[in-house]
Design a binder for this molecule. Structure first.
Ligand SMILES: Cc1cc2nc3c(=O)[nH]c(=O)nc-3n(C[C@H](O)[C@H](O)[C@H](O)COP(=O)(O)OP(=O)(O)OC[C@H]3O[C@@H](n4cnc5c(N)ncnc54)[C@H](O)[C@@H]3O)c2cc1C
Length: 397
């Protein structure tokens, strides 16, 4: 079967939903998109588009726009928080991972706007301000009920509605996401307040007891993106993110070096996120409703892969639907192609969190081990994630 003129509905216009819309539209489908937000802006934070996600964007024809708005990373540094030497420093210009796609960092708002423009150029409409409250399959078609009392009928529904997905519940997965014992502050700082904190092409991960910090430049070095993560026993806020005070971020990192404290002292708006996840469902689709991205497999952000996995999902879903005998066959093939990779990435992300937050003797051993392999066998560190970054699902991997 071909997707030409097939009607597909997408719930959620985040990175996953918008990428799926482009993949399906380019294959000739008629796509309707709904999102609860009044408009999509992308909040103040950056995102790392790794070579595996970039490959899909490139195949969708978006490489030059992304490169124009983003920064291509040349180095990724890992640093012990109180040590100005590097535990490891990977020169990404010398690493291919099996493809030539770059590691790009970009402001989320710039990324989202590039995706939205492409969706609109391909002739689809995004229906904003439409919060789905309930989804029902009536043995014939899918009914989506919105909080404004309207209803939409779908033949195929892509649930790209994020970690608190309604679509996930509608396919029978009712377990709520659970708090993963870590919180993340996210903010963007104007570089003029902290000149040369990071070079325009370098990302740095600083790790220390029970916390770590990731910084990288955005918008040609005009901005510094900051993600600071701390271990916590519980999440007490009602929502899963809220505006926090700069002082609580400063308090958490008060033992860190002066250059970091100086960076924190110029933070203006900062948001605090509880990190949540749930087990990856055994079945990703039912009765023509299929899950992608965080709606299906939210993961801790310690490998920067949540959005990259959503992007890969979107491509594979489009390709399998287009090449299958019917929708159900396509959905089965989509899940079969994705589930093991997503599970592996999710486990690797959790493992990275343990490394970054190690304390005491364990932290010393990790630091010594990283420094030794960086010195004696840099190729080990450089190629450690080839299995992840070297895959480009849009060229059939
Ligand atoms: C601190 C932190 C840093 C991160 N850094 C990275 C990174 O560098 N690289 C990376 O790849 N990933 C990163 N991630 C993960 C990434 O942000 C997510 O995995 C990604 O945004 C998921 O995209 P999505 O489209 O699946 O879901 P979302 O971005 O959550 O989008 C869901 C959309 O659905 C809409 N929606 C939700 N419910 C409804 C409803 N009932 N009705 C209608 N619309 C609805 C929402 O408004 C939203 O627009 C990070 C996450 C965190 C917390």
């Amino acid at each position: 079967m071909s997707l030409k003129n097939e009607s597909v509905t997408i719930l959620g216009a985040g990175i996953g939903g918008l990428t799926a819309a482009i993949c399906l539209l380019q294959r000739g489908a008629r796509v309707t998109i709904f999102d609860q937000a009044k408009k999509i802006e992308g909040f103040g934070a950056g995102i790392q588009l790794s070579p595996n996600g970039f490959g899909v964007m490139s195949s969708l024809g978006l490489a030059s726009e992304l490169i124009a708005k983003g920064n291509i990373l040349e180095f990724i540094n890992v640093q012990n928080f109180k040590d100005s030497t590097f535990s490891s420093r990977v020169n990404l210009m010398r690493v291919t991972h099996g493809n030539n796609n770059p590691h790009l960092v970009i402001h989320r708002s710039d990324f989202i706007h590039i995706l939205i423009k492409k969706v609109l150029d391909l002739g689809a409409k995004i229906n904003f301000g439409k919060k789905a409250s309930h989804i029902n399959y009536n043995n014939k078609e899918i009914e989506i009920f919105f909080s404004d009392q309207s209803k939409h009928i779908a033949k195929l529904l892509v649930g790209a509605d994020g970690i608190h997905s309604i679509a996930r519940k509608s396919i029978g997965y009712n377990k709520p996401p659970k708090f993963m014992g870590k919180v993340a502050w996210r903010t963007v700082i104007e570089s003029k307040f902290v000149p040369l904190f990071d070079l325009p092409s370098e990302a740095t991960i600083r790790f220390g007891p029970n916390r770590h910090m990731v910084t990288y430049p955005m918008q040609n070095g005009k901005l510094v993106n900051l993600v600071a993560v701390e271990k916590r026993n519980e999440w007490v806020a009602e929502g899963w993110n809220y505006s926090d005070k700069r002082e609580s971020l400063e308090q958490s990192f008060k033992n860190w070096p002066v250059n970091v404290l100086k960076l924190l002292s110029v933070v203006e708006d900062v948001k605090l996120w509880g990190l949540f996840s749930h087990e990856i469902p055994a079945k990703w689709h039912s009765c023509g409703i299929v899950l992608i991205g965080d709606a299906c497999h939210p993961m801790v952000p310690f490998l920067g892969q949540g959005a990259n996995m959503a992007i890969e999902d979107a491509w594979v879903l489009g390709e399998e639907l287009d090449n299958s005998v019917n929708f159900n066959d396509g959905l089965k093939k989509y899940q079969a192609r994705r589930i093991n990779r997503v599970k592996k990435v999710s486990r690797a992300s959790l493992a990275n969190g343990d490394i970054y937050h190690a304390d005491g003797v364990k932290a010393k051993i990790i630091d010594i081990g990283l420094k030794a392999s960086f010195k004696l066998k840099p190729s080990f560190i450089q190629s450690k994630y080839d299995w992840l970054y070297g895959v480009d699902v849009s060229r059939g991997d």
